[in-house]
Design a protein around this ligand. Sequence first.
Ligand code: GLN
Length: 448
Amino acid sequence: RYYLNRIQELKHLNAFLEVYEEEALDKARELDARIQGGQPVGPLAGVVIGIKDVICYKGHNVSAASHILEGFNSLYSATAVERLLEADAIIIGNLNCDEFAMGSTNENSAYGPTLNALDTSRVPGGSSGGSAVAVQADLCQVSLGSDTGGSVRQPADFCGIVGLKPTYGRISRYGLIAYASSFDQIGIFGKDIADVAAVLQVIAGPDEFDSTASQKEVPDYQSGLSHNKSYKFAYLRDALYHDGLDPEMKDAYIDFFENLVDNGHTVSGSGFDLIDYIVPAYYVLTTAEASSNLSRYDGVKYGHRTEQKNLDLTDFYKKSRSEGFGKEVKRRILLGTFVLSSGYYDAYYTKAQQVRRLVADKLNEILDQYDAILMPTVPSTAFKLGEKTDDPIAMYLADIYTVLANLVGVPAISVPMRKHSNGMPFGVQIITKKFDEANLLSIAHQLM
Ligand code: GLN
């Protein structure tokens, strides 16, 4: 009831698309009865969780914040959702986001932007903006988002909370609406590391419905959190001294690294001269994958269908898709179709794949020599609403620090670090080797 009341009070933030009020209360009553009756309950009993509107929950609407899926009801639940329910979590509602998880501000939602609760003239980040604000404003305890190029870490940074993107393949993508399948991962928002670790513990692991979900055993993420160790950190010089980074933030990172050294850690600079290639490679590859993934929304199988009559099949597709998709999604379908078209495929798509390989080799080489890489999450604090909507390229470039982990498939987390003189928080991003979430979470816990 506490969370239901807060959601009502803070409705103007536009974080939730739907609230499952009766269902959540029923589950809470059922859990109370079980506990009073001395019956066992799951590891997340009573934990109140919100889910991004790209994650399927049987019998509930899922729209990817797009008109094209308006009114679509999930036929099955995502594996992550199944596991939350089995662990006795309470799912309280679904959360606003950028349409099909494409964006960095939540302004691309068909249901209007979500507002940053710390300053409502600013965006919460995106694409999982609603998921970030729900935790930031205490509308639920933890939330799920999806992170294809930073959509969990970037809004966590803008909202002053924790956001984890696990290793590609650590959490099943079954039931997650696809944007770019070789990048997409479900991620977790929380106020602290212990909450995030507890949820990861439940939802990670192999899944027969997703062949890209790893067979690797899920280690204990929670017991190592209290360790205090001295770590060997690297930072990427080309990231820290990049022109795009806010100078005040740059100084804060340098100061933060110096404090770590004073506390017995080592922090060394490492070169990473591929930095300016990662955003272009990311946008070529993800738009290519998106153009293919989104071809299923054809107005026939599901979603919006044009009411116009007497069209031939091609015009029917065109009309339904033109009406249903928003501007940014169309832009990406066009770009992705272009880079995949014959005559351009080798110049763009193949080239970007080669860049992805070089970036992965270089990053993995650094990760082999250090416990973790530390870097900014975003080059600035939260933008003002509307500040970047007319300039998609500037918006894409702000993804410079987050897309790296998705290109390579490694886990990364953003934890709150400092406050800017403009009053907004910003975080530090920690990256470790693949499937090293246990260390990633311990380090994050110690640095927070
Ligand atoms: N801002 C990035 C994009 O627009 C990230 C999206 C995401 O991680 N889903 O593609």
